[in-house]
Design a protein around this ligand. Structure first.
Ligand SMILES: [Mg+2]
Length: 219
């Protein structure tokens, strides 16, 4: 790929720009801990109950939605988010990468499944405001990125050329839906969570992290 063949970047947030370690901590450790305390049950039992409920919603907007889980668990997750926000981390090299795209006059669009309230906290923490030409949360469309509806909606809302757009994401299902909906240049992230081992993504080019885009993808 050549730099001058790229007009637009669609960038995922969690696991691509921000370390997924925070989300994994928040959903799989912090929430079960708070739920255990609230219901006076063991952490193990609480985790079992929560993970069961959580799994059932995977791939839907509810899965990502703080308000949905606040209602369901009777816990104020917005307040839990604020209490844990110092654990939110941006990956090294992200700002330099975004500045380089800006310098090259490439349009930068955030495409995230993260709901707006959580996104605002994450952007405040990592000072990511100001780098994007457009920020799209799948919540705006009512469909997660791993649906055809999301991509149909995007096609109606945004003028972009599928041949000259690069999409970077860390989720196999999301990448597959992007591909099925005509995105030609798809790049996966191998290490979305700094605390986990390399993930294996099928069918697409992948890089360990976004700061390697130029060295590994551009020729
Ligand atoms: Mg992601």
């Amino acid at each position: 790929m050549k730099w001058d063949s790229i007009e637009t970047f669609f960038l995922d947030m969690d696991g691509t720009l921000l370390d997924l370690a925070y989300d994994n901590y928040f959903w799989h450790k912090h929430i079960p801990k708070v739920y255990a305390k609230k219901n006076n049950i063991s952490y193990i039992k609480s985790k079992e109950i929560f993970e069961e409920m959580y799994k059932k919603k995977q791939g839907t907007l509810d899965w990502y939605c703080l308000n949905y889980w606040s209602d369901k668990l009777k816990i104020n997750l917005n307040s839990e988010l604020l209490q844990t926000k110092d654990k939110i981390r941006i990956f090294p090299g992200v700002i330099d990468f975004l500045l380089q795209l800006k310098k090259r006059n490439i349009r930068i669009i955030l495409l995230t499944n993260c709901p707006r309230d959580m996104l605002n906290v994450k952007f405040n923490e990592t000072r990511l405001w100001g780098y994007f030409d457009n920020i799209i949360s799948s919540e705006d469309y009512g469909f997660a990125k791993e649906t055809n509806e999301f991509w149909n909606y995007l096609d109606k809302e945004l003028i972009y050329n599928k041949e000259t757009t690069v999409f970077i994401d860390d989720n196999q299902k999301v990448l597959d839906f992007a591909y099925r909906n005509g995105i030609k240049n798809i790049i996966a992230i191998n290490f979305p969570d700094s605390g986990n081992k390399k993930q294996i993504i099928k069918n697409y080019k992948s890089i360990d992290n976004i700061s390697l885009f130029e060295t590994e993808i551009i020729n």
